[in-house]
Write a protein that binds this ligand. Structure first.
Ligand code: DMJ
Length: 803
């Protein structure tokens, strides 16, 4: 491909592929380096396991009591201020608050964990509180997905367990199905969201007004996971109440989603228009925006016994394994161009995937991806919200999510390998050391600094600690047999016996074009697989512990996959060694080639060619990186003759400044500086200017929306980690939330670079005027200027010479 003639899109995708190959090379070396310190898998004694179980129990009570004593009836505990978070009262965090409905979410979400812990007294007390205090008739817009998984799921599971205790523990005889009635009422309040031409529900609904809330008039977009994570709860709701409407609506939404798959690739995008059914974001992976859609396809089959869902799951699963999965990594591609990677980072939500793979019987890739995630965790203490393919931090937040522990639990259950107990122990101790505060557990704002955030999501109690407790419990320690239940995406328990309640509304085996058997993957059986054998090659690439299975034509740099043990061995045989450079934690490597190390002269020649190709690819990678790098430039003199540019990172959610486009304006610092409120104090001043907001407290895109609302020409988000710099840290692109409503350019600056700008700003008496543009364009501009100056100098010198 000639770079000069390629279109920008194909160029970008080509570069992305190359980039992923290169960074993949780095990642596996990083695995090797970082696992040198990995503890060997030791069997865990029964005593230690029991101690860890009790520690998980203590963790639960520490968080639960902190919430109950300081926050209840609020939805969430704010662990740093040690008080409750109420919608409409606590300062808004923007869209993130759609999760809150002033319905005591944390308590509802936690009810079934109390039963698993065997604390019937507290469960009974908590159920009474919920019945007494929780109501839904509020003029509040909530997320349909979150309300369903946390509230409807929490109420249903608690109802089922309350009846179970009545039967098996001779307690709670006063209970008459009140929680089920509450979940029915809440279900009804969510139903207006399903009135769309496709049947795919809106993302948000007003609990009191349904879709009649004027703020919802423009509601169009939702994510695939949001629309596709309804069926388990709604089917249970219908079957337990005898009211078919919920299940009918949820099946219809699933059917509509299925029709939207790309017929060529069988992949789904992440954001769509609920009315037209058009895709808004065609990125396709297994993490944010789509995760639990796949989970619910598979679990709907398990819970309801409808094999059309298994067939659908298998179709998608095959597509994911074909296009998205790359060795242990899972990288987004475009659903309509699945050979092109669309991102070079992964998000922490995809950590649920190995757990789902275990349930579906594909253990080997589950072990691999889990191992990769474990490497990331060891490198950064917690798994950051997003990390690049070479394990660098893309987004450093960690809200104490459960997914990695959930997968650890399922892998342990499937394999019995004590490695997973050791992993769980490390996760537990990390939470204790870095997230525990006097009032609960606090989310980590940035895994690099360990700084806390005033946030404890309800899933910490309903999932994170629950899965830890389950991991360290033997079946006989538990009051219920968890194997008789399906865990929803929020880890609520729905009994398999729900299938027996049947569904009178329509036939389950409706016409479906797919034969399940056509899509069954052949996969290793969990009985025969020893996970250690799968994990080990990921740690021992360089020592070449894997036998080389294929011989044949030369491996080219373009085909090279660092996740492929044969490729690494081939590279080694060609006389190429990899040596780590700089800080080991960055996992950077340099390649060296020598004929002396090659297995044969012929392979030495191949190695030389491989090195040349690698060099070419590296050059292209830096061109690509340069193309994405943004610049914040300012003039150093009054006449604006000389300019300096400071590097900045782009964003995924704002328009790209292409070619010689730039935005110019005076710099204005946001007040308050993090720009997370409804409005800025200095909104007037910010109009038409380049606004600066500090990173933190709310999402990048929320800051951007606020900047746009006050009429700023552009936004610079500056880092909140002192001393961070683009010189020492990889530049990244800020992620958004899938909506395309930000129309002003938004760039990110690390602290050192912004510090320079801020120093100039303070020195100047006049406001500092800056230009936001592409770095490559800035360089071109400067070059052209220098050439012009040279020419002028030559022209003015010429006559003198002639004289
Ligand atoms: C939970 O609410 C659920 O697991 C959901 O499916 C994904 N996000 C959170 C936990 O990270």
């Amino acid at each position: 491909m000639s770079t000069a003639s390629a279109s920008p899109a194909s160029l970008a995708s080509g570069h992305r592929q190359i980039l992923s190959i290169l960074v993949a090379l780095v990642i596996l070396v990083a695995c090797v380096l970082s696992t040198e310190t990995t503890m060997p898998t030791q069997n865990m004694s029964h005593k230690e396991r029991a101690e860890l179980r009790e520690e998980a129990r203590d963790m639960f009570y520490h968080a639960y009591h902190a919430y109950m004593e300081n926050a209840y009836p609020a939805d969430e505990l704010m662990p740093l201020s040690c008080k409750g978070r109420y919608r409409g009262v606590t300062p808004s965090r923007g869209d993130m608050d759609d999760i809150l409905g002033n319905f005591s979410m944390t308590l509802v979400d936690t009810l079934d964990t109390l039963v698993l812990l065997g604390d019937f007294t507290e469960f009974e007390h908590a159920v009474k509180l919920v019945i007494r205090d929780v109501q839904f008739d509020s003029d509040i817009i909530v997320s349909v997905f979150e309300t369903n998984i946390r509230m409807v799921g929490g109420l249903l599971s608690a109802h089922i367990l309350a009846e179970y205790l009545q039967k098996h523990a001779d307690t709670m005889h006063w209970y008459k199905g009140e929680l089920l009635e509450m979940s029915r009422e809440l279900g009804y309040r969510l139903l207006p969201a399903f009135n769309t031409s496709t049947g795919i529900p809106h993302a948000r609904v007003n609990l009191r007004l349904g879709m009649k809330d004027p703020q919802l008039k423009k509601s169009r977009e939702t994510c695939t996971a949001c629309a596709g994570t309804i069926l388990l709860e709604f089917a249970a709701l219908s079957r337990l109440t005898g009211d078919p409407i919920f299940e009918v609506r949820a099946h219809a939404a699933m059917d509509a989603l299925w029709k939207l798959r790309h017929r060529g690739s069988d992949l789904m995008g992440t954001v769509l228009n609920v009315h037209s059914g058009d895709w808004v974001r065609r990125d396709s992976g297994v993490g944010a925006g789509i995760d639990s859609y796949y989970e619910y396809l598979f679990k709907s089959y398990v819970l309801l016994g409808d094999d059309k869902y298994l067939a659908r799951f298998n179709r998608h699963y095959n597509a994911v394994m074909k296009y998205v999965s790359e060795g242990p990594m899972l990288l987004d591609v475009l659903m309509h161009r699945p050979h092109a990677k669309s991102k070079n980072f992964m998000d922490s939500l995809l950590a649920f995937w190995p757990g789902l793979q275990v349930l579906s019987g594909d253990l080997k890739p589950a072990v691999q991806t889990h191992e990769m995630l474990y490497q990331v965790m060891q490198m950064h203490t917690f798994i950051p919200e997003a990390f690049t393919v070479d394990f660098q931090i893309h987004w450093g937040q960690h809200p104490l999510r459960p997914e990695f522990i959930e997968s650890t639990y399922f892998l342990y259950r499937a394999t019995g390998d004590h490695h997973y107990l050791q992993v769980g122990k490390r996760a537990l101790k990390t939470l204790q050391q870095y997230a525990k505060v006097s009032c609960g557990y606090a989310a980590v704002n940035d895994v690099r600094t360990g700084k806390h955030e005033d946030r404890m999501d309800s899933f910490v109690l309903s999932e994170t600690i629950k899965y830890l407790f389950l991991l360290f419990s033997d079946p006989q320690d538990l009051i219920i047999n968890v194997d008789e239940f399906v865990f929803t995406t929020e880890a609520h328990l729905l009994p398999l016996s729900i299938a027996q309640l049947g569904n009178s509304t329509f036939s389950f085996r409706q016409s479906d074009e797919h034969n399940v058997l056509d899509f069954m993957r052949t996969c290793p059986s969990s009985n025969k697989l020893f996970p250690e054998k799968v994990r080990k090659p990921l740690r021992n690439f360089i020592t070449g512990s894997c036998p080389r299975t294929t011989a044949g034509k030369r491996l080219s740099a373009l085909d090279f996959q660092a996740s492929n043990a044969d490729h690494l061995r081939a590279v080694y045989d060609m006389g190429i060694t990899m040596v780590s450079v700089g800080d080991r934690s960055q996992g950077k490597v340099r390649l060296f080639h020598s004929f002396y190390n090659a297995k044969s002269h012929e392979e030495g020649e191949m190695g030389l060619q491989f090195m040349q190709e690698m060099l070419e690819l590296t050059k292209m990678q830096s061109i690509n990186q340069l193309a994405q790098l943004q610049a914040v430039a300012y003039a150093t003199d009054e006449k604006a003759q000389d300019w300096i540019a400071l590097m900045a990172g782009p964003s995924h959610f704002s328009p790209e400044l292409i070619g010689d486009q730039f935005v110019q304006g005076d710099l204005v610092l946001a007040k308050p500086r993090r720009a997370c409120e409804e409005l800025l104090e200095n909104a007037e001043e910010a109009k038409g200017k380049v606004l600066v907001a500090e990173r933190g407290d709310c999402t990048f895109v929320n800051k951007a929306r606020l900047a746009q609302k006050v009429g700023a020409a552009a936004l610079i988000v500056c880092d909140n980690v002192p001393g961070s710099s683009g010189e020492t840290q990889p530049m990244f692109a800020m992620s958004g939330d899938g909506k395309d409503d930000v129309l002003i350019p938004v760039v990110f600056m690390y602290s050192v670079e912004f510090g320079k700008l801020s120093a100039v700003m303070q020195r100047r008496k006049q406001p500092l005027r800056v230009r936001v543009m592409q770095m490559v364009e800035f360089k071109r501009w400067q070059l052209a200027k220098a050439q012009r100056q040279n020419q002028t100098a030559t022209v003015t010198q010429k006559p003198e010479k002639e004289l």
